[in-house]
Design a protein around this ligand. Structure first.
Ligand SMILES: NC(=O)c1ccc[n+]([C@@H]2O[C@H](COP(=O)([O-])OP(=O)(O)OC[C@H]3O[C@@H](n4cnc5c(N)ncnc54)[C@H](OP(=O)(O)O)[C@@H]3O)[C@@H](O)[C@H]2O)c1
Length: 395
């Protein structure tokens, strides 16, 4: 029995609330707080209708540490689950430290004015979280999140030595729009338009955006072209997979998506620096976000599947071994269950599962942790039980 404060009423937040509401024996009290109260109230109505539980809602500006501290004082939750934007991570961690509340998120901190993400800012909280006797779980979505746990499972149960990991993320779905992003457009476009980066033989290699690709046969989807991107789980997995020689992250994009993105970039609409427009300062990418479909609105007519996994090569008992550990998730089935599309669903379910691991004390520690530092088995068991079955295929 525990109380969870969920911050962020967007596409992922909605799934997290639904999934927590489905597990009343762990999440006995649920409060959803976000910048726009009306969004919280819409989720509140939907969860009452579909799950039959009434959650509490609050308005919160999570950039303001004192507001979050006030809310923690009012509610005394056991855990703060952050599914707002990466910009809010540090402010929410500060509030958790001040009131000794456990913390979980799904994406690492990004400063709003630089398109750069790395764990250094959040890892710097380790000693302070330890001293306060609280736990922070970083990146408990699908990628990062489940992909880290797949690697931990391979390291601890399938291999003696791991040489290479390719994380492969495919959205084989169709939402019917010429161009839309599947999660927050600003965060998504910042991620895709920066240089690609991967790690090989002890060093980071940087490449121009979308310049390296491979065609991969994704289970449940078929062959798709996937491009190397930098993704945050690479940074922590390099530390926690001993003997690793190379790790890369690939994501699929269709030609139509890439063409749109190039045009938007060429005309300056993906810029993150402010420009003067009719006497006001505007940030082009924020203006673009206002024009693009809200990712949550894509759910109703979305068809097809996501297929995401880790292709891992190494040795077991002296013999070479190659496995693909993956999950397939169907957009329409997600809509039927929680009125969301599969990209939000595959992030929201592991966020709930990570929270469940912490609240039931299956995962416990003082300080901040990435998922591969914890026991993979209880997490993977719960993941399958709560809607994301996973498979291991020898290739
Ligand atoms: N690990 C993974 O696999 C994975 C995959 C996808 C997404 N993610 C992460 O999941 C998070 C949520 O993504 P999403 O697609 O759900 O985004 P979203 O739909 O844009 O939702 C973000 C929510 O946060 C709220 N918010 C923004 N700033 C806030 C503030 N200062 N105070 C309080 N609330 C604030 C927004 O409020 P408004 O409604 O007022 O705008 C919105 O409701 C992001 O951090 C994203 O990077 C992780």
């Amino acid at each position: 029995m525990s109380k969870v404060l969920i911050v962020g009423a967007g596409g992922v937040g909605k799934v997290v609330v639904h999934k927590c509401a489905q597990v009343p024996e762990v999440f006995s009290e649920i409060v959803l707080a976000s910048r726009t109260l009306a969004r919280c109230e819409a989720i509140q109505r939907e969860v009452l209708e579909l799950v039959g539980r009434r959650i509490e809602v609050r308005q919160l500006d999570a950039d303001d540490v004192s507001q979050t501290i006030q809310l923690l004082d009012e509610l005394s939750p056991d855990l703060l689950l952050n599914v707002a934007l990466p910009y809010q991570d540090l402010a929410l961690m500060d509030a958790c430290l001040a009131r000794r509340v456990d913390y979980l998120d799904t994406a690492n901190y990004e400063p709003p004015d630089v398109a750069k993400f790395e764990y250094s800012w959040q890892w710097a909280y380790h000693e302070r979280f330890k001293e306060a006797g609280i736990m922070g779980l970083l990146g408990s979505g699908f990628d990062p999140g489940v992909t880290n746990v797949f690697c931990a499972y391979a390291r601890d149960h399938l291999f003696d030595e791991i040489d290479t990991v390719d994380i492969l993320d495919c959205n084989g779905g169709d939402h019917g729009h010429p161009f839309a992003t599947n999660f927050n457009p600003e965060i998504n476009i910042r991620e895709i338009t920066q240089n690609g980066r991967y790690w090989e033989e002890g060093e980071w290699k940087e490449i121009p955006p979308l310049s390296v690709h491979q065609d991969f046969d994704f289970p449940g989807v078929g062959v798709r072209r996937a491009y190397v991107l930098y993704h945050e789980e690479l940074e922590s997995l390099v530390k926690h997979l001993p003997g690793l020689k190379r790790i890369r992250f690939f994501m699929t994009f269709g030609e139509q998506y890439i063409t749109h993105l190039k045009v938007l970039e060429n005309v300056g609409l993906t810029r993150i620096d402010p420009i003067e427009f009719q006497g006001q300062q505007i940030v082009p990418i924020q203006f673009l976000k206002a024009l693009l479909p809200d990712p949550a609105s894509l759910a109703e007519n979305y068809t097809g599947k996501t297929s995401i996994g880790c292709l891992i090569e190494g040795r077991k008992d002296g013999k070479p071994k190659r496995v693909f550990i993956y999950n397939i998730c169907d957009h329409a089935e997600c809509y039927r269950e929680v009125r969301s599309q599969a990209v939000s669903y595959t992030t929201g379910v592991p966020a709930m599962v990570g929270a469940k691991m912490m609240l039931t004390k299956k995962w416990r520690g003082e300080g901040v942790f990435n998922l591969e530092q914890l026991d993979s088995l209880p997490f993977l068991e719960a993941l399958a039980a709560h809607g994301l079955p996973w498979h291991v295929e020898e290739r």
